[in-house]
Design a protein around this ligand. Structure first.
Ligand code: NDP
Length: 253
């Protein structure tokens, strides 16, 4: 069996697992953060969990770029930069900012996220740096690349600013959970998730890659159910929670 055939089989299976995971997460909230509960085995500090589980993504992607046959390709280099710009933040900056928090995370969550990140980075890296077409410098003028780049950058800005707003509010509240106000929080409970989804659908468009599309679908499968859980939690926690707010898609969901 060629690597391309293995790649296709894994990609289709990966999308099917995303659909099943999304359906499961609608019934059972992933047990970390505010949804942490007993019965999920040993735990580790949440900030450490984030570093351990997210760092495989930037590392595997960088290795695949170095070993692939697109090292001289400007589009491959641009895709690597987009990927790393997200993951350096997610794997190292975000956990260190939350380091003062005493939160914990089940080891099983960190381990499943490591598996997810390794498979996801392998699919994306192999496609972009070897198996997929070399898009060439003319791709930079293609409408799909330009629109995808705008979405990626816009989504990045939204999730970064939402993370920062929450952190500031929480510090001001002495570490307690708060009812977020201002920015996109007036429209949805989880603007950080909205930003992240826009970012990865933008990446899929900019790279025109089936692996990146699978990742965007996975992101939605993880984050839409979690946003719905957060939304229910907010309504229970804060009786004055604004009725007009949706979970993750303004005016819709
Ligand atoms: P959350 O929004 O639940 O939490 C992010 C941080 O903000 C945590 O430290 C959390 O504390 C804190 N926080 C959130 N809301 C409040 C509040 N109202 N009051 C006080 N503190 C608050 O995000 P996740 O932890 O689920 O995810 C972190 C990032 O990872 C997100 O930006 C998400 O987009 C991304 N992610 C991406 C996935 C993908 O598939 N691509 C999957 C999962 C996450 P605490 O931990 O104590 O709740």
């Amino acid at each position: 069996m060629t690597e391309r055939a293995v790649f296709s089989a894994v990609l289709w299976a990966w999308m099917a697992v995303a659909a099943v995971t999304g359906a499961l997460l609608l019934r059972v909230s992933a047990p970390y953060g505010r949804h942490l509960r007993s019965g999920w085995g040993p735990t580790l500090p949440a900030w450490l969990g984030w570093i351990v589980m997210e760092s495989p993504s930037p590392i595997v992607m960088a290795i695949l770029f170095a070993l692939g046959n697109r090292r001289a390709s400007p589009t491959a280099a641009a895709f690597l930069i987009l990927w790393e710009s997200h993951y350096v933040y997610r794997a190292f900056v975000f956990p260190l900012w939350m380091r003062s928090g005493a939160g914990r995370m089940p080891v099983v969550v960190a381990v499943s996220a490591i598996v997810f990140n390794v498979v996801n980075a392998w699919l994306n890296g192999r496609w972009l740096f070897d198996l997929g077409p070399d898009l060439g410098a003319t791709w930079f003028a293609d409408a799909r690349f330009l629109a995808g780049l705008v979405l990626f950058a816009g989504g990045y800005a939204v999730h970064f600013l939402a993370d920062r707003a929450i952190r500031t509010l929480r510090q001001a509240a002495g570490g307690a959970y708060v009812l977020p106000r201002g920015f996109l929080f007036e429209r949805v409970s989880c603007p950080n998730y909205l930003g992240e989804m826009i970012e990865w659908f933008g990446f899929a468009l900019a790279t025109w890659s089936p692996a990146a599309l699978a990742f965007a679908l996975w992101t939605a499968a993880n984050l839409v159910p979690r946003a719905l859980s957060h939304h229910r939690w907010y309504k229970k926690q804060f009786p004055d929670y604004p009725d007009s707010r949706r979970a993750v898609l303004p005016f819709v969901l």
